[in-house]
Design a protein around this ligand. Structure first.
Ligand code: FES
Length: 709
């Protein structure tokens, strides 16, 4: 069996974990302690986790976040989501082919009294927003419970190996997400009034204003005075031919497998979507030495930060704007992808199809807030706040700041004396959430003497750590706030390279003419595994947008502490290109051959409901027959009745209505009832999965009450 575990990474430390064996289809395989079943399978080269009961289609991972159910396997006789369940020594894992066999129940369990606890504030989600809020609640002495369905805190922060944007004062700009997660977690430990339940899934908000949570295998009812939903977002699905093939999955799933679980899930991938999520996922792949075959974006330009896009382009990734994906191709799993240019009406232009060999297609076409808890709490009159992506999709830096504000607002609402929340904090929050501004022409300095930074940053975004670290005060941002473009002013640069080291976009170089006017040195930040650079190497250098400038010699490679695991590579370059150098080619351009046939954008055989394998054609036929109620579509086709609780297909069914000319006020949305997450029914009777009813023991409130609640 091949081993796809990450053994080396430029940023993440790869620690030795104890290993053990589990079995897959009866064959022993190695696993590393702390791996989920999905990660252990991926690490052993297994991509197909089962076959659908309806049509036998191969199933693989999609969200890696417990939100869908495509990765179900049978572990020790029980169906489980392989992305959420840790693999154990000796565990016998089988593919889920068809419907799982329900465990045999010997008798009817006696329903124990429900364990109920009362807290002042329940926080759902231990990511950037939830952690920041819980710290403020901790400071204010509010009895708080924070629940998270993962086995560690941090949420998406724990997946982010890049340095953060924003400002150093407000949101740890210049620090890597993984390290911010650790810091917030440590800060939270100071507060005994905040209790953390990991591996705990919030299931529903009920009409009696209580929240049901599953702590491990134990069902507990939480009665909060106020609820804070910081549960983040789920990735949007996309409809195209082959969209349900194993190997097509969300960018977040990819980051989870690679950056959290240290599994190399792909050798060659293609990214669909040019927002920050797709651009960053592509960058994380490059960092780990995974080939990024290309990225396509339907808009005329990527909607993410230009500096993120430039970073990919200047390290060698081809970016296709005004292009859409036509199909993911392969018999049992992805073998290639086909894209095509689109016209102004979003129609693919025949003859522009291009295909690329790849094993993975990452879908990064946007996020939907996890807002079902907020909506139900409002409906039932439970005081509720939301923060981070669960409130509004924005950067994690904004989520942290919003969490801090919500924490204080809740403390105030609960009568704590936390003083006035500074009005400028609300403005800072808006700034951190703001969309990138217009792109301007890059300002390349004309001088050919002395030493100075070149700021390859041509779009207003909320970010200013370069101004904070410049001890000479030579870098300033224009305008009223941190969204202004950074500018080098005066002549005070001493060549300390701190700005090069801190820039989250790797968008600052330092040009030094002091030794040699004809061939200055240029310092370039670099943090990739694929191509390690040494003194004396000849490297290809590129301009900001990926244009090749030439080949130059490396004179020095340093990894100073201030660069935080990035390398500062010094090259000697002819003066005419030195100031335009922005990066070093990390990957060669790779383009596949066109398949030579046209595939429509939404075909009738494209999969809408992954759980129940219901196609666009089936749903479209019902809409055309006059059905205007999504509940009827569900009853007739089972679309929306699957294990994910309709979280994946609901937005796409709504889109199909729109495409058929039916506006939202002309159709009825599906009724949403608790539970929001699938759960073995036995837990409500105090029976853990795999346990017989007579063995069940009730968990009392006092058992889960420990820790200062
Ligand atoms: S995709 Fe899960 S119910 Fe439709």
């Amino acid at each position: 069996m091949p081993d796809h575990r990450v053994r080396e990474h430029p940023i993440l430390s790869v620690e030795d974990h104890p290993t053990f064996e589990f079995s897959w289809q009866g064959q022993p395989l190695p696993a590393r302690e702390g791996e989920t079943i999905a990660s252990a399978l991926f690490a052993n080269g297994v991509r197909i986790f089962g076959h659908h009961h309806k049509d036998g289609a191969p199933q693989g991972i999609f969200c890696a976040n417990g939100q869908c159910a495509q990765c179900m396997v049978v572990a020790d006789g029980l169906p489980v989501k392989s992305c959420m369940e840790l693999v154990r020594p000796g565990m016998q894992v089988e593919p889920l082919s068809g419907l799982p066999v329900l465990p045999r129940v010997e008798g009817v369990p006696e329903m124990p009294p429900l364990d109920t606890i009362e807290v002042e504030c329940l926080v759902i989600g231990g990511g950037p927003a939830g952690l920041s809020a819980a710290i403020e609640l901790g400071k204010a002495g509010v009895r708080t419970l924070i629940v998270d369905d993962k086995h560690r805190l941090g949420g998406k922060l724990a997946l982010q190996t890049h340095k953060f944007f924003g400002s150093m004062e407000d949101c740890y700009a210049g620090t890597r997400g993984i390290d911010i997660a650790t810091r917030l977690e440590q800060d939270l430990r100071d507060y005994e009034n905040v209790q953390v339940w990991l591996n705990t899934t919030a299931l529903a908000v009920f009409s009696d204003r209580k929240v049901g949570v599953l702590q491990g295998q134990h069902y507990v009812v939480v009665q909060p005075h106020v609820l804070l939903v910081a549960a983040g977002a789920r990735e949007k699905s996309l409809v195209f031919k082959g969209n349900a093939l194993p190997g097509v999955y969300g960018a977040g799933a990819f980051q989870t497998l690679l950056n959290r679980d240290l599994v190399r899930p792909s050798e060659r991938l293609f990214v669909v979507g040019g927002g920050n999520v797709g651009l960053i996922a592509g960058y994380h792949a490059l960092q780990a030495g995974i080939e990024v075959v290309g990225l396509c974006e339907a808009l005329a330009d990527c909607s993410g930060y230009k500096v993120h896009k430039d970073k990919l382009a200047r390290f060698g990734v081809l970016i296709y704007t005004s292009h859409t994906i036509l199909s993911a191709n392969g018999r049992a799993q992805v073998e290639s992808v086909t894209i095509a240019q689109i016209d102004r009406n979003w129609r693919p232009l025949p003859g522009t199809e291009k295909s690329f060999a790849c094993d993975t297609v990452l879908i990064a076409v946007g996020l939907d807030p996890v807002d079902e808890f907020t909506r139900k709490a409002k409906e039932f009159g439970l005081p509720v706040y939301a923060a981070g992506d669960a409130e509004e999709i924005a950067e994690a830096s904004a989520a942290m700041f919003a969490g801090k504000i919500r924490g204080l607002e809740i403390a105030k609402m609960l009568g704590r004396d936390v003083g006035e929340i500074p009005p400028e904090w609300y403005r800072t929050n808006e700034i951190l959430k703001s969309r990138p501004g217009a792109v301007v022409v890059e300002d390349i300095p004309e001088r050919e003497d002395g030493v100075f930074p070149v700021l390859h940053c041509a779009q207003e975004i909320p970010c200013n750590p370069c101004t904070s670290v410049c001890s000479q005060g030579c870098i300033v941002v224009g305008g009223d706030d941190i969204r202004g473009l950074p500018e080098y002013v005066g002549d005070g640069c001493i060549g300390c390279e701190k700005c090069v080291a801190i820039c989250p976009a790797l968008a600052i170089t330092l040009v030094d003419y002091r030794q040699d006017r004809a061939a200055p040195t240029v310092t370039i930040p670099y943090e990739f595994l694929g191509r390690t650079i040494h003194e004396g190497d000849v490297v290809t250098v590129l301009d900001t947008e990926g244009g090749i400038l030439g080949n130059v010699e490396v004179t020095k490679v340093r990894s100073p502490k201030m660069a935080d695991r990035a390398h500062l590579v010094k090259v000697k370059a002819p003066s005419e290109i030195a100031r335009r150098i922005a990066g070093i080619l990390a990957q060669e351009e790779t383009v596949g051959e066109p398949l030579g046939h046209y595939v429509g954008r939404i075909q009738d055989d494209a999969m809408i409901c992954r759980c129940e394998r219901v196609t666009a054609g089936e749903i479209r036929a019902l809409i055309r027959a006059g059905i205007r109620d999504m509940n009827d579509i569900k009853a007739l086709t089972r679309a929306g009745m699957g294990a994910c609780g309709a979280k994946t297909c609901t937005p796409i069914i709504k889109r199909l209505f729109r495409e058929e000319g039916i506006s939202p006020d002309q159709f009825v949305e599906s009724t949403q009832r608790p539970l929001f997450v699938e759960v073995p029914l036995g837990v409500f009777a105090g029976v853990s999965p795999g346990e017989r009813p007579e063995e069940a023991t009730a968990v009392h409130a006092t058992d889960v009450h420990e820790g200062g609640m």
